[in-house]
Design a protein around this ligand. Structure first.
Ligand code: SF4
Length: 314
């Protein structure tokens, strides 16, 4: 048996660019991301809508549309999975699994929950004819009437129940990585509580790496060890204390705009994805902007436990 050291299971993004061709130019959804997501660690990727965080997740999952221009590398288990993930056995399910947004839209309305569970297991070459594994997982996620759930169609279950079903499905093939894409988006307070509870359960019971793409800072605070902040296609700050001791001017402004911090609005708007700024992408809104910021792209600097893309930390 080949034993991999844990570093081989890290997800290493190197000079990652994802650009969408549009009439008259390019939308730079991900624009030069370098980061290492550690296995067995939970990382939150936060930022405003349109900052590129979901596209980053799609690049890792290998589900970008064919027409999208991409370059750089995503290394995992000595393989560049941006170029090709088919050489890794069971890439979807055993290597990496997804908890999608909108549980109601993510399941096939014409197949029972049990059949859809089996579809996932079969893609990984597994079967569960006795339903034992499926029932164990559903019970673990708070659905004790597992037999009835397996026989049900999605429309027969509540939103909270579907959320629990998706969490059970996501780990049914024992993945090494789990990516949750906006797991609380559009959910009411009760359903959000179910998501928090389920992710906590996964965190304490599974030995995996987890990426949580979210705008929900309460979720990020409660479960993530590290936080990566995205702005206009770039990661501007990354580290374990981002939410308690923000360094980058954007992170500081983003947190100051929260209700609990006094609703101090951040002036201006993010650049449009097709805008090409020669310097720092936050410069037009930054209270600390210097001449250099308008002319040069800031590199990423180490600052204590954080990595910060800002000349203030040179
Ligand atoms: S590099 Fe300059 S403009 Fe950009 S965040 Fe830092 S101080 Fe502000």
């Amino acid at each position: 048996m080949v034993t991999l050291n844990s570093a081989a299971l890290d997800l290493v993004l190197h000079q990652l660019y994802v650009h969408f061709p549009v009439p008259g130019g390019l939308v730079r959804a991900v624009d030069g991301v370098d980061i290492c997501f550690r296995h067995q660690q939970i990382t939150g990727i936060i930022g405003e809508s349109g900052c590129g965080k979901s596209v980053l997740g799609q690049a890792i999952l290998g589900i970008l549309p064919d027409y999208v221009a991409r370059s750089g590398n995503i290394f995992y288990r000595s393989t560049d999975i941006l170029a090709d993930n088919t050489s890794l056995p069971g890439f979807y399910g055993q290597q990496i699994a997804l908890i999608p947004q909108n549980p109601g839209d993510s399941l096939n309305p014409l197949r029972t929950i049990g059949r859809q569970f089996d579809d996932i297991l079969q893609t990984a070459g597994l079967n569960d004819k006795t339903n034992q594994r499926k029932q164990q997982l559903l019970t673990f996620f708070g659905l004790p009437d597992a037999e009835r759930v397996l026989a049900a169609y999605p429309h027969e279950l509540s939103g909270g129940m579907l959320q629990r079903v998706l969490c059970a499905m996501s780990i049914c093939c024992s993945p090494l990585w789990l990516l949750a894409d906006e797991p609380t988006k559009g959910l009411d307070e009760t359903a959000c509580g179910v998501v928090y509870e389920n992710l906590q359960k996964i965190k304490t019971s599974q030995s995996l790496g987890m990426l949580i793409i979210t705008h929900d800072l309460q979720l990020a605070r409660s479960i993530c060890a590290d936080i990566a902040v995205m702005y206009a296609g770039q990661i501007v700050e990354y580290g374990p204390q981002v939410l308690t001791g923000p360094r980058h001017p954007y992170t500081q402004a983003f947190l100051a705009a929260l209700p609990e911090n006094g609703f101090q609005p951040l002036p201006g708007l993010p650049p449009l994805p097709q805008d090409h700024l020669p310097g720092c992408r936050f410069a037009p809104r930054c209270p600390s902007c210097q001449k250099r910021c308008l002319q040069e792209v800031p590199p990423v600097y180490d600052s204590g436990t954080a990595k910060v893309r800002c000349f203030l930390y040179a």
